[in-house]
Design a protein around this ligand. Structure first.
Ligand code: GLU
Length: 451
């Protein structure tokens, strides 16, 4: 291993619980299990170090708008179901609110609030001119038929149609949604606003199918962004992707692209786990065959029956020695218990908020650095920005240009984070928030508070 300064300096300080008066002023309780408060804590910790003025800390501590809607949908059986949907618009100081819409049975207001704050920070860190938002519908998309999914999607967008728009708030895919759902969102919005803003309506949503104004490279963008960050930062610990190993939680869009691109660059994916099981191969799994298997069978389980791999338990999966551990599934999977088992040099958060604060402190104490979601998972929204630019200029980029521009944003964000880490002697999560806050705090100072 090289003798260069490592990302995970052994002295990486752990984050102490905050004593910020913001909590009392906003009447917020201190609950380490609440996702919104966890995200807030990380942001305020960085804000204190950066000496962000108190009023800006207060503004960033609450979303601007929290929209909650209930809407009925006729099911295929002829019965009616009432659905609950959210759109939280966290901040628009840098540009229109931006962020995905997820379909999941456990979607809750606090989770969506947390994810919208993450989006504000993500966009600011990678310097795309958007604010942060997030939305969701409390539903199980796997239990809905194609036509039910279409009616649910259309009804939700019509319910929030006055609150979104290409210059106002721009939804995108997230957990449980895809380009087909974005096509329905765009079509619904277009029908509702017809004649009012013309062709520009298409830019109301990103992550659309290519034929409908989507961008080349958008589907793989989040996975690609993870690889761009690793390619930039792994040399800091004397490694390159070509000689590195990794394990992955989740093999959906983000996980499968991260796995395929990691392999394409010569690295080995040693283990993968999802909701159906866990598989392992010391010499590296076939990432492309695994992608095919997951598409056909709905998960990684059973891959070992036809390919070089063995099934392992969840605890065995976490303990597989690798260079990079990549959580690319849901939030809060790396608990203290799992962090105890993890045996890697770097955790690269491809999913939003996959690490609990207790889990993170254990990782840092073990000398494992955590590359935070606002850096690692920012590739998706970056290419969403390119899609929006292409829609609005009516001129379309080739795949090389998308890759090149994405790489430029990701590399600069990684360097910005690295710089803040060394300048302020903090962990990478705090450093990434500092990199994000530098931009947004300075914009607030320049703009002032209206009137
Ligand atoms: N849902 C993705 C995220 O969490 C993408 C958001 C977007 O493209 O606007 O970053």
């Amino acid at each position: 291993m090289s003798s260069k300064a490592s990302i995970a300096a052994p002295s990486t300080p752990k984050r102490e619980p905050l004593s910020s008066s913001v909590y009392d002023e906003l009447g917020l309780e201190r609950n380490p299990d609440n996702l919104y408060l966890q995200t807030l804590d990380a942001m305020l910790c960085a804000a204190e170090i950066l000496e962000v003025p108190h009023h800006i800390q207060l503004i960033l501590s609450q979303p601007k708008n929290e929209i909650m809607v209930h809407f009925p949908v006729e099911m295929d059986s002829g019965e009616y179901c009432l659905f609950k949907g959210y759109r939280v618009q966290h901040n628009n100081a840098l540009g229109p609110y931006k962020g995905g819409i997820r379909y999941h049975p456990h979607v809750s207001l606090d989770d969506v609030k947390s994810l919208s704050l993450l989006m504000t920070m993500k966009c600011s860190l990678v310097r795309v001119p958007f604010g942060g938002g997030k939305g969701g519908i409390k539903c199980d998309p796997r239990a809905l038929s194609f036509t039910e999914l279409r009616r649910v999607s259309r009804r939700f967008i019509s319910a929030i149609s006055t609150q979104i728009g290409p210059d106002v708030d721009i939804p995108a895919p997230d957990v449980g949604t895809n380009s087909q759902i974005m096509a329905w969102f765009a079509d619904t919005y277009l029908n509702i606003t017809q004649g009012l803003i013309g062709n520009d309506s298409m830019a109301v949503v990103t992550g659309k199918p290519l034929e409908m104004g989507g961008s080349l490279g958008r589907e793989k963008a989040t996975g690609q962004g993870v690889i761009d960050v690793l390619a930039e930062l792994l040399p800091e610990i004397g490694l390159s992707i070509a000689e590195a190993t990794c394990s992955l939680i989740g093999y959906g869009n983000v996980g499968s692209w991260a796995g395929k691109l990691f392999t394409e660059r010569g690295g080995k994916v040693k283990a993968v786990m999802d909701h159906t099981g866990a598989i392992y191969n010391e010499g590296g799994l076939d990432a492309i065959a695994l992608d095919d298997h997951v598409r056909t069978h709905g998960g990684v389980a059973g891959f070992e029956k036809e390919h070089a791999a063995e099934a392992i338990t969840e605890d065995q999966f976490y303990a597989v020695p690798v260079d990079v551990f990549i959580p690319a599934a849901l939030e809060q999977m790396i608990t203290a218990e799992k962090a105890d088992l993890i045996n890697c040099k770097i955790v690269a958060e491809a999913a939003n908020a996959p690490t609990t604060p207790a889990g993170e402190n254990i990782l840092l104490a073990k000398g494992i650095e955590v590359l935070p979601a606002i850096l690692c998972s920012a590739g998706g929204v970056t290419v969403s920005y390119f899609e929006w630019v292409q829609n609005r200029s009516n001129s379309y980029w080739d795949a090389e240009k998308v890759d090149e521009e994405l790489n430029r944003h990701m590399v600069l964000a990684a360097r910005r984070t690295q710089l803040a880490k060394h300048r302020y002697n903090v962990d990478m999560r705090t450093a990434a928030y500092i990199g994000a806050l530098e931009q947004i705090a300075s914009v607030y100072k320049l703009r002032g508070i209206f009137p």
